[in-house]
Structure formats: C-alpha cells, structure tokens
Design a protein around this ligand. Structure first.
Ligand SMILES: Cc1cc2nc3c(=O)[nH]c(=O)nc-3n(C[C@H](O)[C@H](O)[C@H](O)COP(=O)(O)OP(=O)(O)OC[C@H]3O[C@@H](n4cnc5c(N)ncnc54)[C@H](O)[C@@H]3O)c2cc1C
Length: 466
C-alpha cells in the first residue's frame, strides 16, 4: 500500500490549491478525483461553464451594445444551444489542460476514482474498471465540494426539469424558463437566459432575494430585472411541478398561481458531496446538508489529522475563497506557517448585470451602531459610461463618520466584479475617503465612479479633523 504525506480528496479549487501548496513544501501528495477529468464543479459544471455561457450570450446577442443601438439589436439573429455550447468546450478543455500541467509541474500525483475511508488513516479508491486500491497518509484534506440539492417533490427528467448541472446540456434553447430559487446560481442563470430573449419567471419562497447583499443594491438590481420583463414570484412556495409533455411543464405555487413553462431549472441549494466517503470510519459527522464543521482559522476537523476546505464546509462557497481555504488548510495540516487571510474578500455574482461587493452592507453598519455616510455614483455619470452606452449601473461606498475609513463597497453593473478590487484594496489597507478624493484615476474609466461616489459622500461628511 502506497503511503503519502498528504492525500487530498477532490480536485476542485480547494483540493488543487491544497495539493500544490503541499507539493511546494516538498511533500508527497496524492489527489484523488472521481470525475472524468480534474477541475471539480468549478471547471466542469459551475463557475467556468456558467461564466463562459454568460460571455457567449452577451457576445452573440450584442447585449453590451444595446444601450446605443436599441433593445432590438442582435449580433446573431438565431442563437442555438449549439452556439452556446461550442465555446464552452474550448474553454473547459483549456482549463483542464492548464490544471493538468500545474499538477505535473509540481509533481502532484493524481488518481482517478472514488475515495472512501476504511479507517482514519486509510482510504480505498474505486477505479473505473471496478479495481479497488488502498492508500494511507499522515494527513488528509477533504475537498469534495457539493452537488445540486434534488428534493423528492421535483420530478427531474434530465430534459425539461433540470438541476444546475444539467442545464448545461440543453439541446435546444427554450422559449420560456422558470427558475426556482433566487440564490446566486438561480439569479445568474435567470438573467443569462433573459439576455438570450428567453421569457423568464424567477420563483423564490422568501420575500426577497440575495438578502446578504446591501439592500439598496438589490433594489436597484430588482428594478432592472423587472424592467427587462423577468417575472418575479417572491414569497411563492412551490407546491407541485408537473410535466405534461415535451417542453410543457407547470408549476403550482402555494398561493394558487400557476407558472407554465417549457423548462424548469431547480436551483435552490446544494448538498455537501460527502455521502460516499464513509465518514463513520474516520470519526467524522456531517450536518443535515452533508457539510463538515471545521475550525475557522485552521480548517481542521474534529479529527486531528483530517482537514476540510471549499464548498464542503459551507459559506461562502466560492471558487475564489475555496482556493485560499485549500492553501491555508495545507499549511496547517503540514505544520507550516500560514497567514490568516485579510478580513474582507469580494463576493462576485455574474448575473446580467454583474454584482460585486466587499465589506459591510449599510444594514450591517447600522446594526453595529457605527455612525456612517454613503456616497453613490451612477455609471451614466462617467464619460466611460456614456461611451459604452450604459444607462444603468451604480457604485455605493460606505464610510465611517468618525474615522473616515471605507467600510463597504457595493457595485451593480458592467465590470462590477473587476471594479470591486479597488474597493477591496482600500478596505483591507484601512484607507479612508481621502484616498478616492485625492488620487487621480484614468480617464475615461468606470473606475472614476469611485471618485464620484467619494465626492458624493464628502459633500455630506463633517470636515476632517486637523
Ligand atoms: C452554477 C455555478 C456557478 C458558480 N459560479 C461561481 C463564480 O462565478 N465564482 C466563484 O467564485 N464561485 C462560483 N461557484 C462556486 C464554485 O464552483 C465552488 O465554490 C467551487 O467549485 C468549490 O470548490 P471545491 O474545491 O470545494 O469543490 P468542487 O469544485 O465541487 O470539487 C470537488 C471535487 O471533488 C470530487 N469528489 C467528490 N467526492 C469524491 C470522492 N468520494 N472521491 C474522489 N473525488 C470526489 C468531485 O468529483 C469534484 O471534482 C459556482 C458554482 C455553481 C454550481
């Protein structure tokens, strides 16, 4: 039986960063991946495919040019599911190639198969041809990620009633789609399909959506969705979903309303993919959503030599944060020095339009009793916005009245997920309003919105104490 310093289960963002970090420390590392190719949900069914689909949709529809040429403007008239998929495969192949090269360069051994614990220090790997091999290690990192939540009351058929993995396999673009769940994934797909001129209904049992974001930003976003004709059914629990025939589905809502649609996308939550790990054998337990509990600083589970990182430990469930968690978990697992990540990380939602946010929301600032002032800029106030034909998009910053420090930065609109990093840097470096007021920004850029928003806040702030 081969023995390793570290065995990593899963090759998604958390697993791959953990493995490469361990290899850089000169340790023997084995990564086990049950998928056909390395990369995890991030490369194959989540982050990269959905972002590629979004980019393709925006390019083929000419979405970004419609501010100038009108809502009827199209780059390609009839966009097919094939058009959307073509670019997907090229991008994914490239991502896998980069990853395989990274593993090879760093001498990380990879093995295809499904891992399960035999005892606390041994795992068994079931290969494709039914072969079973055993491996032992001093340390383990569980980075198995999540899979879509598929409740019994949803009659998934892989064709018209789909989860967020299956939606990528659509063979025909529907005329209508109902998305159940207005979380990040649901909202991203709902707005991508709407950009493709598919009639979208977004169903959400709660009264609002994305409530971890700054509420003013969400209101702005909701306004835009309504303006585009997306039907929002908030506060609507799903009673029953029925397929009457091909592309003929019906959703009965608890308030008696009906949604008739070609395709249903069920995107209400994900479950930790821990079911096949036989965790009893190593003394670990999961919660009701299959997730593992870890120490927030070290990512150590309650079994000393087993660590876990990425989506399997829950919030924030992002590829970006999973990578950092994996790297830090590897440092702690191997007794190497690890630095805590900075306090604030950005959250990116690749809806159409994008949303990105870092730091405290206005609601959080209020709740903590911090005296504050906000500054807002609309993208249409910037010259770059005019050039690009943007009629929507806003940037909001929140500053402490006492220290003048930036407390939070919230953006909705074109380029939000890139722009947010300016706010992130100032926030984590404990910068103040003066940074934005006193610095020169490239002109014309959307980043100028930072200066405009800062000046907006400055107008209402008391003068700086000398
Ligand atoms: C539709 C969608 C869009 C997303 N968009 C974004 C985004 O824009 N930005 C962002 O930051 N994040 C995004 N995410 C989230 C991101 O994909 C995840 O946070 C990230 O993939 C989690 O990484 P991970 O390493 O924890 O697990 P995963 O990427 O889920 O990888 C886990 C791997 O473990 C393997 N595995 C599981 N069990 C076993 C076993 N027993 N043996 C061997 N291998 C096993 C799986 O096959 C899988 O390959 C999105 C997710 C989805 C679903």
């Amino acid at each position: 039986m081969d023995h390793f310093d570290l065995i990593v289960i899963g090759s998604g963002p958390a697993g791959r960063r953990a493995a490469i970090q361990a290899a850089k420390f000169g340790r023997d590392v084995l990564v086990i991946e049950r998928g056909r190719r390395v990369g995890g949900v991030s490369v194959h069914t989540g982050t990269i495919p959905s972002k590629t689909l979004r980019e393709t949709a925006l390019n083929l529809t000419g979405w970004r040019e419609r501010g100038f040429y009108g809502r009827a403007y199209r780059v390609k008239k009839d966009i097919s599911a094939g058009d959307l998929r073509a670019r997907l495969h090229i991008t994914l192949d490239h991502e896998v190639e980069v990853l395989e090269h990274q593993f090879a360069r760093n001498r990380v051994r990879t093995l295809r198969g499904e891992a399960k614990f035999v005892d606390a220090k041994t795992i068994e790997v079931l290969g494709d041809a039914g072969e079973v091999l055993q491996y032992s290690a001093d340390r383990f990192i569980i980075a198995v990620g999540t899979k879509p939540f598929r409740p019994d009351y949803v009659p998934f058929d892989g064709e018209y009633i789909l989860d967020s993995d299956e939606i990528l396999e659509l063979t025909e673009l529907p005329r209508t789609i109902a998305v159940i769940g207005a979380g990040v994934i649901g909202v991203e797909y709902a707005t991508i399909f709407s950009a493709l001129d598919v009639k979208v209904t977004l169903v959400e049992p709660r009264d609002t959506m994305l409530d971890f974001l700054d509420h003013e930003l969400v209101q702005d976003f909701i306004h835009e969705l309504r303006d585009r004709g997306i039907a929002l059914r908030f506060g609507s629990k799903v009673d029953k979903i029925t397929k009457h025939g091909p592309a003929n589905c019906e959703i009965e809502l608890a308030d008696g309303r009906l949604v008739r649609t070609n395709v249903v996308l069920f995107a209400a939550g994900r479950m930790g993919a821990t079911g096949s790990l036989n965790l009893d054998a190593c003394g670990l337990e999961v919660d009701h959503r299959g997730r593992l509990k870890v120490d927030a600083q070290t990512f150590q589970t309650n079994v000393e030599h087993i660590f876990a990182a990425g989506d399997v430990i829950g919030f924030p469930s992002l590829a970006s944060t999973s990578m950092e968690q994996g790297r830090i978990a590897a440092c702690h697992a191997l007794g190497e020095q690890a630095y805590d990540p900075p306090e604030y990380f950005p959250y990116g939602i690749y809806a159409v339009p994008e949303i990105s946010t870092v730091g405290m929301t206005e609601e959080e600032v209020k709740q903590r009793g911090i005296p504050y002032e906000c500054g807002i800029a609309r993208f249409r106030e910037t010259s770059r916005g005019h050039i690009m034909g943007l009629d929507s998009g806003m940037l909001k910053m929140i500053f402490s009245l006492k220290t003048r420090r930036l407390l939070g930065c919230h953006i909705v609109g074109e380029g939000a997920t890139e722009l947010v990093h300016i706010g992130q840097a100032v926030l984590n470096l404990r910068g103040t309003l003066e940074y934005f007021v006193e610095n020169t920004f490239n002109y014309p850029t959307l980043a100028e919105a930072y200066k405009i928003a800062a000046l907006d806040a400055w107008n209402r702030m008391p003068p700086m104490e000398k």
